[in-house]
Design a protein around this ligand. Structure first.
Ligand code: PLP
Length: 440
């Protein structure tokens, strides 16, 4: 580690990243291929990353960082773990894509279905967005209903029906949160607050027999970490069953992260449909949706709901996914990861508990911190937007000390199996020093 576990800032030159970004703005909108990478919410210009190994990444200028972004979640074993790289290279040498079935698809699906009690059949796609979009079409096809109900503060990818935010009022037809989404689509999406049973009751009452599905991130991790009560998830389960709607758990982040069975295993609440992404592909573009054999039989060519993909079940990605998930199944893997995270969060907490207005939470190996006095934040509208200015200051402080996080205060951090106890102890000390400096 070039910063040698010191608490002083590291001298960093960012000339190459800056020059790459100047070139990129002429090539891509905002200079990036996904908006949050642009550093707009923290200010400054993005770092261009050239290499990752284990818990570390290096930018184009050769600066080294301890990475808590982990490509936004997929890298549960850290960067370029040998067993994943080897599996992917082996598959690649045998041909990158065939557009015909391979045994690797069977192997990854069997591995998942054998170790996940909520799933009988699945379909591989190439991203989380695609998984969610297809799951919703399946729910609509299965129920013969049109509307979907989602929650403010959950992110489910960028398909039209999901780029919808709450309008004014409690239960409302949503307003699109992006230009280009027709009102005719947005009006079929209902938006409720998280942690609000009454809102959901009202939505079902106002739209009898028309809600096809309720979709939730059971561990909402895209607007801070908005940890839900188990009772709320159980309530959704009961309500959906009573009303003939399907419950979808979007486990793109929580799947294979909280445990092999994700939030379903953690909360013991079973949805009708799961959506996956991130970890499932070992760092390659893979998503999946999964359910009972009966519901999955809606999908073409077995059923009438159409969904297809040229690169679906790509053999290189399948191989990487198999290697990654097999390693997750090692005895004690998740317990060890959770313990590391708990120790890190405890160290940050104990060093900052006398600092007013700062909190840190975790679930499994996902953590989130924010500048607030609130003991618990369960809803998006409870996150203090003003506090994000202080997050930006802390963000740059951490960066200068060799710690990389997703560049937004609404994003969570991920700890991987590659993070060592001594790295985490050092990182906690830097966090504490930074928070005390900024809050004090
Ligand atoms: N669902 C959740 C919960 C996510 O966090 C994301 C992405 O962050 C998606 C869906 C969309 O996945 P992707 O970016 O792979 O399309």
């Amino acid at each position: 580690m070039p910063h040698g576990f010191k608490l002083e800032p590291v001298f960093m030159n960012h000339t190459k990243s800056k020059s790459l970004f100047s070139a990129a703005v002429n090539l891509f909108p905002g200079g990036v291929n996904s908006p949050v990478r642009a550093f707009r919410s923290v200010g400054g210009t993005p770092l261009f990353i050239s290499k990752g190994k284990g818990s570390r990444i290096w930018d184009a200028d050769g600066n080294e960082y301890l990475d808590f972004c982990g490509s936004w979640g997929p890298l549960i074993h850290g960067h370029a773990p040998e067993f994943v790289t080897k599996a992917a290279v082996k598959a690649l040498r045998a041909g990158s894509s065939f557009g015909a079935p391979t045994a690797l698809e069977n192997e990854l699906a069997r591995l998942i279905i054998t170790h996940h009690r909520g799933i009988e059949k699945m379909r591989f796609v190439s991203s989380g967005t695609e998984a969610v979009m297809s799951a919703i079409r399946m729910a609509r096809g299965y129920t013969g209903r049109t509307k979907l109900l989602k929650f403010e503060g959950c992110y489910h990818g960028h398909s039209d029906s999901l780029l919808v935010k709450a309008g004014s009022g409690l239960v409302t037809h949503g307003n699109s949160s992006s230009a280009g989404v027709p009102d005719a689509i947005a009006e079929n999406t209902l938006v409720c607050h998280l942690d609000d049973e009454a809102g959901v009751e009202k939505a079902f009452k106002e739209h009898p027999n028309s809600i096809a599905c309720v979709i939730i991130e059971p561990v909402p991790a895209n607007n801070g970490l908005l940890l839900q009560r188990k009772e709320f998830l159980s309530f959704l389960r009961k309500k959906c069953s009573a009303e003939g709607a399907l419950l979808i758990f979007d486990e793109v982040i929580s799947g294979f992260r909280l445990g092999f069975e994700g939030a379903y295993g953690y909360y013991k609440v079973k949805p009708d449909i799961f959506t996956f992404g991130k970890i499932i592909g070992g760092g390659f573009p893979v998503g999946a949706y999964a359910s009972s054999a009966r519901i999955m039989s809606m999908i073409a060519p077995e059923g009438k709901v159409y969904q297809a993909g040229t690169l679906s079940g790509n053999p290189v990605a399948m191989s990487a996914g198999i290697a990654q998930l097999k390693a997750c199944l090692r005895k004690g893997f998740y317990q060890k990861l959770e313990k590391k995270t708990k120790d890190f969060v405890k160290a940050v907490h104990s060093g900052t508990k006398d600092v007013p207005g700062f909190r840190i939470w975790h679930l499994g190996s996902i953590f989130w911190f924010t500048f607030t006095d609130k003991k618990q934040i369960r809803r998006a509208d409870e996150v203090d937007h003003e506090s994000m200015k202080r997050f930006s200051t802390l963000y740059h402080y951490l960066l200068e000390h060799g710690i990389y996080l997703g560049p937004s205060g609404y994003e969570v951090g991920f700890i991987s199996a590659a993070h060592t106890a001594s790295e985490l102890k050092h990182a906690a000390a830097v966090f504490v020093q930074g928070v005390r400096k900024i809050a004090g």
